[in-house]
Structure formats: C-alpha cells, structure tokens
Design a protein around this ligand. Structure first.
Ligand SMILES: [Zn+2]
Length: 373
C-alpha cells in the first residue's frame, strides 16, 4: 500500500472510531487507533472538510486548549433506499448516523405491468423523499423481490413474471440523474436492517411473510450469500413433496403453505387487514397455526443445518404475533437438536425493514471507505 493508500485506510479508521464512539475527542481517537495526535488531527481536518464529521461545542473545565468533541455530520452525505416490491414501492433517506430523515411508501402493483412503469414510479417517489430530506444523497441501494445478478440486474422474481434480467442499477441511475445505484434482495436487506438498526443477533435466520416468503441467513454479523448470491430462499424449501405447484416450478414449497396468498385463502380472508381483524376466529386461527407449523418445519431443517441460535420473523409474520410464533416454536422445540431453545423474535422494524437496510447500506459503505478528498 502506498502513502495515499495508507492515508485513506487511516481516514476510514478515524471515521469509524467517531461513528462507534461519538461524541469523541481527538485524543480518544488517537488512543484507540494507535495513531499519533498529529496524524489524527490532520485526518480529522480532512473529514471536517469533506462534511463527514462535525465538531460539537468544547467541554468546559480542565487545562490547556479545550477539545471539541467530534460526531458524524447529520447534515452531511446521506443514503437513499428504494424498494420495488411485488405490489408496492418505497423510498427512504437516512443520514450518516443512520437516522431516517424522510420515508414514503405507495401501492404500485407490478405483476401485470412492464418493468419500465415500476422503475419510473420508484424513481419519482425517490425524488420526492430526496427533496423532503434536504440532504446531499450520494448513493442508493434498491431492494428487489428476487434474485439479483452481479451487475445489479434483477435476474428473476417468481412473483413478477415480466421482470426477467431487468438492468435495475443502470435504469434507475439514469432516472436519478446518474446517482450511483446498487441493488440487493429485499429479505437480505431487511435482515441487515435487523442486525444494524433492530438489535438483531449476529447469527440468525430472517424470514418474512410477503406475497412471497423472503429469507436470509446472517452468520458472524454478515450476510451468508451462498455461491451465487441466492442463499436464504426458505420460501422454496419443500415442506410437502406432493403439495401444490409453486411459481418456481417445484411442488409443495413453503410459499405454497405459508405465503401470504396461501394463508389468506386458507383463512377465507379477503386481504391482510381482514385476516388480522379475524385472526382469533376458528378458521383463520387454524390457518395461521397451520402456516406457522409449516414455517417451523422449514426453519427446523435450516437451524439443524446451520446451527443458528435465533430466528427473526418479519413482514406479515411479525404482524401475526404470538399465535404464529407459538406454532413455529412448537415445531422447532420438537425438531431442533440444539439447546437452549431457539430464540424466536418478531422484527421491530415493521414493513420498512428492507428500505432501512437499503438506505443504511449506502452510509455504512461510505463509513467503511470515505471518499478521498
Ligand atoms: Zn417454490
């Protein structure tokens, strides 16, 4: 690594110390990083000039020159999260400290429409939240309900048959005036949000009830993506080999037993609100229990395979609360070999989890590798 590389590495080191310890003095940053005070002061000047950190008023007392504590600049660069779901779009701006500064969602059913329509709808909503937040958005991540390819394209989404190899990164960047755009699977980004913003444990399975069933695996505080980035497709784990045909081409997948459409049909409910209003009536309650049992069977296989101590339930599964969780727990208790029992919790982030993860991933990348000035 040349001198410029070393300086950039140290710049990132100092920025992360500020992020982790704010408000923090230059002396404390020097002590924690092992860098000299002179080096830290010079790097802090660069971070101040770049608008990444800001100085608070000096604390009184002590001798010598008062030290102005440092913190991340809440008015500095910001991250945009965009979500293109099966039947909705969302957009969210978070500041450098990860606080949500503007968020909007809207219904937008993409199942029968051309991808270009959904992309334009998402871009328009993104422009609205950027204007509302009033911050300098430096990048975006788009959460997508399917398999994302190496160039940021949506390769395949079982519930969006017209979205095949859609170049989401390039298209949305064009619609957002050249803003750098990345993409990710919505369940992966929701799981990262649980980890980063929701107090989620470093080893967990995340499973979210949507029109599809989203799943993600978090190991050692990071996503386990698998060889092709497709790991975590719990919705297409088979729970009934002779069961109904699935959108993936298989048969008896978890999605056909515990996905939103299957659950609504079994409960005799017209939509999610109807199901939630009547979930304690006999037929809906039995449907929720059966879905929870199927979910528990699939999760038990995954837990036995991966030895993860925690499961986080998101989306509709979080909203269904205790009855669903009890059914999942009953299956895990009898089928999982590990002890103590698996920690089963509901997401605390609600429907915005994937959006939060998408937006937060942008600012976390910036904190990991701040731009050289
Ligand atoms: Zn399937």
């Amino acid at each position: 690594m040349g001198a410029a590389g070393v300086r950039r590495h140290n710049l990132a080191l100092v920025l992360r110390e500020v992020a982790d310890g704010e408000p923090v003095s230059r002396a404390a940053v020097a002590a924690r990083t092992g860098l000299t005070r002179g080096t830290v002061s010079s790097l802090v000047e660069e971070l101040l000039d770049g608008g990444l950190v800001t100085e608070l008023a000096a604390a009184r007392g002590g001798t010598g020159r008062p030290a102005n504590p440092l913190q991340l600049n809440r008015s500095g660069p910001a991250g945009l999260g965009v979500e293109i779901g099966v039947d909705h779009v969302g957009a969210c701006v978070v500041d450098l400290a990860g606080a949500v500064r503007a968020v909007r969602t809207a219904e937008s059913d993409h199942r029968g429409r051309a991808p270009a329509v959904g992309l334009r709808t998402a871009a328009a909503l993104a422009a609205e939240v950027i204007a509302e937040a009033g911050l300098a958005v430096v990048g975006a991540t788009v959460a997508l309900p399917g398999v994302v390819g190496p160039r940021g394209e949506l390769q395949r989404a079982p519930n969006l048959p017209r979205w095949i190899d859609v170049p989401v990164t390039a298209e949305l960047s064009g619609l957002l005036r050249g803003l750098p755009v990345g993409t990710g699977n919505e369940a992966d980004l929701a799981a990262l949000a649980e980890l980063w913003c929701g107090g989620g444990p470093p080893d967990m399975l995340y499973v979210s009830g949507e029109i599809g069933v989203g799943g993600a695996i978090v190991l050692g505080g990071g996503l386990f993506r698998g060889a092709g980035g497709r790991a975590g497709e719990l919705g297409h784990v088979v729970v009934d080999p002779g069961g109904p045909r699935c959108s993936c081409g298989g048969r008896g997948c978890l999605e056909q037993a515990a996905g939103q459409d299957a659950l609504l049909a079994a409960a005799g409910a017209t939509d999610v609100d109807d199901l939630l209003a009547r979930q304690h009536d006999a037929v809906p309650a039995a449907a929720v229990d059966a879905a929870g049992r199927a979910l528990g069977v699939a999760l038990a296989g995954a837990v036995n395979l991966l030895d993860v101590p925690a499961v986080v339930l998101g989306g509709l599964y979080a909203r269904l609360g205790t009855p669903l969780r009890d059914a999942v727990a009953a299956e895990l208790d009898t089928r999982v070999l590990t002890s103590p029992p698996v920690d089963i919790r509901s997401s605390v982030l609600g429907a915005d989890a994937a959006l939060r993860g998408a937006a937060t991933s942008v600012v976390r990348a910036l904190l990991q590798l701040p731009p050289a000035s």
